[in-house]
Design a protein around this ligand. Structure first.
Ligand SMILES: C[S@@+](CC[C@H](N)C(=O)[O-])C[C@H]1O[C@@H](n2cnc3c(N)ncnc32)[C@H](O)[C@@H]1O
Length: 395
């Protein structure tokens, strides 16, 4: 890619959720220290390293923003790589969600199973002893997400209610910027980059993106005494709420992507079963467990990517960092193409890169679907073949 050819990079790189819990970068992979990652996926063994950040810096225009999601237990390595690659770390944006289950070990159950004292523990049935249909019983004996565990041994009673993890409710993203050339005003005029689109990304009153107090109404603005002094009657300043909503915060609450959102545009692609999509055995407790994700309930899944972001979150991030309509957004880790869908909906050009060919078909179908929806909303199509070529070219 040409240097200084993209306005913003909005991406969701591998989280590097290695089974041993150690956060690594690609530099560690090269040194042979990486293992498989989320759901055993080879691409998720480590987070991108400094070399990747340097390449991003090269293709971004001066002042261009980079947004990169990371796992809560690995994002520190990603942030360090981005900073070492030459970016200024500007902020941390968290996507907040309320659904989902903790991946916590039940300490009392582990004691009852004899995991602390292999010779003294009492043998109790495990989930696999039960038929897959008897999922409620199986849940009681595994991670126990459906109700309190009833401990058997005295030691387990003492430790009942203790676990090892919190319920995940946020995914952090590093917000960084390539250094400006001069002032921010000079930079936006020369390169069209450097500033965040604050007004375009305000939280409208009542928008659930803002989970804090204030609800769905505009409270009458209460100037402080200090404001009265500074902006008193003599200046004619009338402080008031902004009609566009609250100043955008560095948290954004949004539900996880629904099955229909993930699949939109993929109707004609071949489907996979929930078991194939999640790499689990059909009927297994692992697949029936609520933690197995949306794949467990769908008969056939067309978008089988395991970590699909909500389009709403990516739209907000594209709008926040993309600058003016028509500028170019890059996602070097497309996955199933969610950033591409978001970018075209928001009127940006988009370049996407994905390592696994099995996901490219999904990206193309989804992005094409959302481009088509735009055309259906009043853009005049004068050459449908050109539209197809455009969709293909832009991937
Ligand atoms: C977390 S997923 C992105 C999911 C995406 N945000 C979505 O909503 O579908 C990360 C993606 O990066 C891809 N990837 C990993 N290493 C890569 C590399 N070196 N170059 C390009 N893509 C890579 C993986 O195949 C995976 O699909």
């Amino acid at each position: 890619m040409e240097p200084e050819s993209v306005d913003a990079i909005v991406c969701d790189p591998p989280y590097g959720l290695s089974p041993d819990g150690k956060a690594r970068t690609w530099d560690d992979i090269e040194a042979g220290r990486a293992r498989g990652g989320f759901m055993g996926k080879a691409w998720d063994g480590a987070v991108p390293g400094v070399e990747w950040a340097r390449l991003c810096l090269r293709v971004l225009k001066p002042g261009g923003h980079l947004v990169a999601f990371g796992g809560t237990r690995t994002v520190h390595r990603l942030a360090t790589a981005i900073e070492d690659g030459g970016f200024e770390i500007r902020d941390m944006v968290s996507w907040i969600y309320y659904s989902g289950f903790p991946k916590s070990k039940n300490v009392a159950l582990s004691i009852d199973k004899g995991e602390g004292h292999p010779n003294r523990g009492r043998a109790i049935p495990t989930a696999s002893t039960y038929q897959a249909s008897d999922t409620e019983q199986a849940h009681k004996l595994t991670s126990n997400p459906v109700g309190p565990y009833e401990p058997r041994s005295e030691a387990a009673k003492k430790w009942n209610g203790y676990g090892t993890a919190l319920k995940p409710a946020q995914e952090p993203a590093v917000l960084a910027r390539k250094p400006l050339t001069g002032t921010v005003a000079a930079n936006v005029l020369q390169h069209g980059t450097g500033a965040l689109n604050i007004d375009g990304c305000r939280f409208a009153y009542g928008d659930e993106a803002w989970p804090g107090p204030g609800g769905d109404y505009m409270r009458p603005f209460q100037p402080t005494n200090n404001m009265r002094e500074v902006y008193g009657e003599q200046t004619g300043f009338q402080p008031t709420n902004h009609s566009g909503g609250r100043w955008p915060a560095n948290i954004y609450a949004h539900p996880k992507a629904s099955r229909s959102e993930r699949e939109a545009g993929c109707e004609r692609l071949p489907g996979r079963t929930g078991a194939e999509a999640t790499d689990r055995t059909a009927g297994s407790a692992g697949l029936d467990n609520p933690r197995a994700g949306a794949g467990r309930t769908a008969d056939r899944v067309k978008n089988h990517h395991p970590t699909v972001k909500p389009i709403g979150v990516m739209r907000w991030l594209c709008k926040l960092t993309g600058g003016q309509p028509g500028s170019v957004i890059l996602d070097p880790f497309m996955g199933s193409g969610t950033t591409g869908c978001a970018a075209v909906i928001e009127g940006f050009d988009f370049i996407g890169i994905e390592r696994e060919t099995e996901y490219m078909q999904i990206c193309e179908a989804r992005i094409r679907h959302h481009m088509g929806a735009l055309f259906a909303h009043g853009v005049e199509v004068i050459d449908t073949e050109a539209v197809d070529r455009l969709a293909l070219d832009r991937g």
